[in-house]
Design a protein around this ligand. Sequence first.
Ligand code: LIP
Length: 271
Amino acid sequence: MMNLDEIYIDIMRLIKEAGSMIRERTYKSREANLKSCDIDLVTEWDQKVEKLIIDGISSKYFDHKFIGEEGVGGTKIQLTETPTWIIDPIDGTMNFVHGMPHSCISVALVVNKITEIGIVYNPFIEQLFTARRGKGAFLNGGPIKVSTEKELAKALVMIEFGTSRDPAKMDAVLKNVTHLTPLVHGIRCLGSAALNGCMVALGAAEIYYEFGIHCWDIAALDLIVREAGGVTIDPAGGPFDLMSRRVLCASSMELAQKIAKELTQFYPECD
Ligand code: LIP
């Protein structure tokens, strides 16, 4: 029998430790290595944070599995019924490298393919978003709720440009910006998928969508948004698939379906 209360205390301790580790580093070095292309970055701190969390959890929970952005756990991306931690050690690595204080640690625990815990922690401006299934969503311990706005014309929409220079993908991104700009209240981009989603949970924005993200970018935000009263669906309007590399979250299903109808779709290869 899993003791989720105890697991939650353990992961919070590790995330706080990881946050203290990276908080000091952001302005000190702009060094980064490249992954899939010149805008897909990794720093030594991404790897250190992922290792700290995996080592900390696996020293106590021997059967837990890990899907981490940096592959420190060595496992390939495969979501099974086994308790699995989905970890983005630094979401918003580009921001981190530039010293822009919008990066976070994003961690979710998925058991039997159901997300039980979601945590997004921005240690640079001390924003800790947390959710446990069925228990609501919180910012720094205080409950948060999505916005009640139902009009697309009054909705603030979080978007991203992503970490790929694939021309087909960029074409879809830019078409959407051009098409949506006159239809919505405003368009914003924080440079972190997880923090964009948390803005919807907080009620500070109504919509966030992206094509090309990975499961580690969105696993935690999905639970946080739903626990704050919002929805997460596929950007074409169907059910959300964590491994599809497509996400649309919104403060209501009504608003989610309204924007889904307006989007030029892009279908990346799945995780
Ligand atoms: C990135 C996000 C960025 C999003 C990319 C990617 P990384 O994660 O922060 O906002 O557009 O799709 O998910 O590489 O910084 O962890």
